[in-house]
Design a protein around this ligand. Structure first.
Ligand code: HEC
Ligand code: HEC
Length: 207
C-alpha cells in the first residue's frame, strides 16, 4: 500500500515536471515587441490587424495560438502561399510569439453584410445541412464566430468575406490541408459555391 502510494506520488511529480518543461518550451509572446516586429506586415494586414483588401485576412482579435500555428505552418511549408511563405521565412519562434500576441490584443472591425446572402448563410452556419451531412459551423466556431482558443477553433467573426470564401475553397480543393484531423476539409468538401458565398457573407458581419 505505502510503496504504491510513494510510486504514485513520484509519478505525479515527474508528470508535473514534464508539463512545466513543455509550457516553458513554448515562447511567451510580448505584444509591445510584437507591434514593432509587425511593421513589415502592416502594409497588407493593416497596422492594427484590420486589413483593407478582402483577400488579405484580418488578424485583429484572432487567438494568438492560432496565429502562431499558421505562421509556423507557412514557414515549414505545411500551409502554402507565395507571399506568406516569404514573409514568414525569417521569423524566429520569439518573433512569431510576439507578433501573434500583438494582433490577438487588437480589436477587430466587423463589416456590414448583404442581408439577402446573409440569411442563407446564417442557416448553414447555425444548423448545418443534415441532408448533405454538413456540420453546423457554430458547433466549432461558436454562436458569435469567435471560436474557442483552448479547442484550437479560430475566430472567424468579422473576417473578410472574400478571404473566408477563398479559405473554404482551398480546404475543398485540397490547396490548404493544415487543419487538424481534416476538420475543415471534411466540411468544405460538401459545400457548393453558392453556399460558400452565403456563409462567407454571413461570417463577415457576425460578432
Ligand atoms: C504582401 C501582402 C502581405 C504581407 C506583407 C504579409 N501578409 Fe500575411 N497574408 C497575406 C495573404 C494574402 C494571406 C492569405 C493567404 C491565403 O490565402 O492562404 C496572409 C495570411 C496570413 C496569416 C494567416 C491568417 C489566417 O487567418 O489564417 C497570418 C497569421 C499572417 N498572414 C501573418 C503575417 C505576418 C506576421 C506578416 C509580417 C511578418 C505578414 N503576414 C505579411 C498577405 C500578406
Ligand atoms: C469540427 C469543427 C469545425 C467545424 C464544424 C467547422 N470548422 Fe472551420 N475550422 C475548424 C478548425 C480546427 C480550423 C483551423 C484549421 C487550422 O488550424 O488551420 C478552422 C478554420 C476555418 C477557417 C479558416 C480561418 C482562417 O482564418 O483562415 C474558416 C474560414 C472556417 N473554418 C469556416 C468554417 C465554416 C464556414 C464552417 C461551416 C460551414 C466551419 N468552419 C465548420 C473547425 C471547424
Amino acid at each position: 500500500m505505502m510503496i504504491s502510494r510513494y510510486i504514485k506520488t513520484g509519478l505525479v511529480g515527474i508528470l508535473a515536471g514534464l508539463l512545466m518543461v513543455s509550457v516553458q518550451a513554448q515562447a511567451a509572446g510580448n505584444a509591445t515587441a510584437g507591434k514593432t516586429k509587425s511593421m513589415a506586415c502592416a502594409g497588407c494586414h493593416g497596422p492594427d490587424g484590420n486589413s483593407v483588401m478582402g483577400t488579405w485576412p484580418k488578424l485583429a482579435s484572432q487567438h494568438a495560438d492560432y496565429l502562431a500555428k499558421q505562421l509556423s505552418d507557412f514557414k515549414s511549408g505545411v500551409r502554402k502561399d507565395p507571399t506568406m511563405t516569404a514573409m514568414s521565412a525569417a521569423l524566429k519562434a520569439q518573433d512569431i510569439a510576439d507578433i501573434s500576441a500583438y494582433y490577438a490584443a487588437q480589436a477587430i472591425k466587423v463589416g456590414t453584410v448583404d442581408a439577402t446572402l446573409a440569411a442563407a448563410g446564417e442557416k448553414l452556419y447555425r444548423a448545418g445541412d443534415k441532408e448533405k451531412g454538413v456540420a453546423a459551423c457554430m458547433a466549432c466556431h461558436g454562436p458569435a464566430g469567435v471560436g474557442n482558443a483552448a479547442a484550437k477553433f479560430p475566430s472567424i467573426s468579422g473576417q473578410h468575406a472574400d478571404y473566408v470564401a477563398k479559405a473554404l475553397k482551398d480546404f475543398r480543393s485540397g490547396a490548404r490541408t493544415n487543419d487538424n484531423a481534416k476538420m475543415m476539409q471534411d466540411v468544405a468538401a460538401k459545400l457548393s459555391d453558392d453556399e460558400i458565398k452565403a456563409v462567407a457573407a454571413y461570417v463577415s458581419g457576425l460578432y
